[in-house]
Design a binder for this molecule. Structure first.
Ligand code: GLV
Ligand code: MN
Ligand code: MN
Length: 406
């Protein structure tokens, strides 16, 4: 069976790359830290006996051929980029577990018909460019050239960042896979919520993935002297933003599976005694039901327009990414349920509130996910934690799933 120690040691070693003083990890796409992480992961793929390549968008792919030369491949993937000051399990576990599965098959000389590919996707998180799942979009063939124009906080575009690490943005089409060459996609990930912990279960089967809608809001008013301008004469974009944010929270609260988060804000010019002239903030808004997401989105925009009119502030909403919620395939869910039983775990099904690379594939080929328990549901935080035992159980379920699918 799988080697728990090896898996855990690799997780710890990968977690050292991009380590912050807080104990968290920051590895943005196309940076030195991310490149180092991919090199380390490539060395593990090599130890596992895989053939390695990097595709046109920087996805790192390790392959183990099967008995049938031209059979469609079973893909195991996740990501090794992180959010700012994130945890060491989010994404990393799925990639390293995939490698562990292949290394175990190799060591035990277990044959399989279908080829297996383990993939470390480029930029799942979207932290650098406000636009995520870049590698999986490219593999699904849905990444468009104009999307490579999105910029990071230094004004560097995705395309430029790619060039700096030797990737040609004109070639992204080459990263797409023909659906007939793929049998299934499976991902193991930490839950990042409290459901499994409350159930007292180490692992679960994912039913579907909520879709993130990301926008950047730019409010423009008029900067002015904080002492000399009476309250009723102002065009203060920050006060308009505050009112909008309050409405966003109230609205999200009305729908049980809807969440909305303002995660970035900047105020210009940013002086203690200066009425702000411009405010930017981001909104991350998601649910598992796209219709509800549309209803909530329209209500928030209508209310925001009213607030800005009343406060004589201009509003511009820039779309960043609009990802459709993705149900996991019934057939893969069933295979994972059986794999749970084989591992001695009662199959339990739950949805994912977090986004994952697999969402990009739900229209292209069968896709499924396995979750393991997260300590106190903490994630996107240095304190993110899953136990060594739970990581091993999830990897065993992945192993059984892959054996069945291949
Ligand atoms: C990624 O973790 C996301 O859900 O935004
Ligand atoms: Mn993740
Ligand atoms: Mn994440």
């Amino acid at each position: 069976m799988i080697n728990e120690e090896r898996l855990w040691n690799r997780l710890m070693a990968l977690g050292e790359l991009g380590k912050q003083p807080s104990g968290g990890v920051t590895r943005f796409s196309f940076t030195k830290e991310e490149r180092q992480a991919k090199q380390l992961v490539a060395s593990y793929m090599e130890e596992a006996g895989m053939r390695i390549r990097e595709d046109a968008v920087g996805n790192l792919i390790g392959r183990r051929d099967g008995r049938l030369a031209n059979a469609p491949a079973v893909l195991i993937g996740s990501h090794i980029d992180t959010v700012p000051d994130g945890g060491m399990f989010d994404g990393a576990l799925g990639v390293l577990a995939g490698i562990e599965v292949v290394q175990t098959l190799n060591e035990q000389r277990i044959q399989h018909d279908h080829p297996i590919e383990v993939i470390a996707f480029t930029d799942e998180e979207g932290s650098r460019f406000g636009f995520g799942m870049i590698g999986s979009r490219a593999m699904a063939g849905t990444l468009r050239e104009e999307q490579l124009g999105q910029v990071d906080s230094d004004g560097v575009t995705i395309g430029e960042a790619m060039k700096r690490v030797g990737l040609d943005p004109l070639n992204i089409g080459e990263a797409s896979k023909e659906p007939s060459t793929v049998k299934a996609y499976v991902e193991l990930h930490i839950e990042q919520g409290r459901v499994l912990e409350k159930q007292g279960l180490p692992a679960g089967v994912v039913s579907g993935i909520a879709g993130p809608l990301w926008t950047r809001w730019i409010l423009t008013g008029e900067a002015g002297h904080a002492g000399a301008n009476p309250m009723d004469s102002r065009k203060d974009p920050l006060m308009a933003a505050a009112e909008i944010m309050q409405f966003i929270e109230e609205e999200a609260n009305k729908y049980p599976a809807t969440v909305a988060t303002v995660g970035q804000i900047s105020v210009k010019p940013g002086g203690v005694n200066v009425i702000p002239g411009e405010v930017e903030f981001t909104l991350d808004h998601r649910t598992i039901d796209e219709e509800i997401r549309n209803v909530v989105e329209n209500k928030i925009i209508a209310q925001a327009e009213q607030i800005c009119r009343r406060r004589r502030v201009e509003l511009y909403i820039e779309p960043l990414q609009r990802v459709t919620p993705a149900p996991c395939s019934d057939s893969i869910q069933e295979v994972i349920r059986e794999a749970c039983r084989k591992t001695g775990i009662e199959p339990f099904t739950l949805p994912s509130g977090a986004g994952h690379d697999g969402m990009q594939f739900y229209n292209a080929w069968p896709m499924g996910m396995i979750f393991i328990r997260s300590k106190e549901g903490i994630s996107h935080n240095p304190a993110e934690w899953s136990s060594k035992e739970d990581c091993a159980i999830g990897t065993k379920i992945l192993f059984e799933t892959i054996r069945e699918l291949t």
